[in-house]
Design a protein around this ligand. Structure first.
Ligand code: SF4
Length: 129
């Protein structure tokens, strides 16, 4: 296993309520809820892209730079194939129009104190009012 200095998600367990909102945004399957807290189950699955950060209502997620196993794209693909086969992938929906991620790309946003997903079609209205 190659160790490199790179971006990787850090979870503040004291802030984490175990709500699970960060599990599905992770396209690599790196985060799971273990004993009521979010955990990066295998560091090589986390690419540090930080899509999970915006959805955490507690501010428990940050990205740090440190030594960690290099991101393993093949392991991440295997993990997600495993989840898909088990039917363990929930699609997210746009809070504004209800479109799901199979219809069009979604982005995580914070709005009115809440974490939500917005589709690219509704995003301009959110930005410009
Ligand atoms: S979204 Fe935040 S509070 Fe919820 S499980 Fe993930 S880290 Fe914990």
């Amino acid at each position: 296993m190659t160790i490199v200095t790179r971006s990787i998600v850090h979870i503040d367990e004291a802030k984490c309520t175990g709500c699970g909102l960060c599990v599905m945004p992770c396209a690599e399957g790196a985060i799971e809820i273990v004993d009521g807290k979010a955990k990066v189950v295998k560091e090589e699955l986390c690419d540090g892209a930080s899509f999970c950060l915006a959805v955490c209502p507690e501010g428990a997620l940050t990205v740090e730079q440190r030594e960690a196993p290099a991101f393993d794209e093949n392991a991440a693909a295997d993990k997600m194939a495993e989840r898909l086969a088990a039917g363990a992938v929930m699609t997210q929906t746009c809070f504004s129009c209800g479109a799901n991620e199979m219809d069009r790309p979604l982005l995580p946003v914070r709005t009115k104190g809440e974490s939500a997903w917005v589709c690219v079609k509704c995003l301009p209205a959110l930005i410009h009012g």
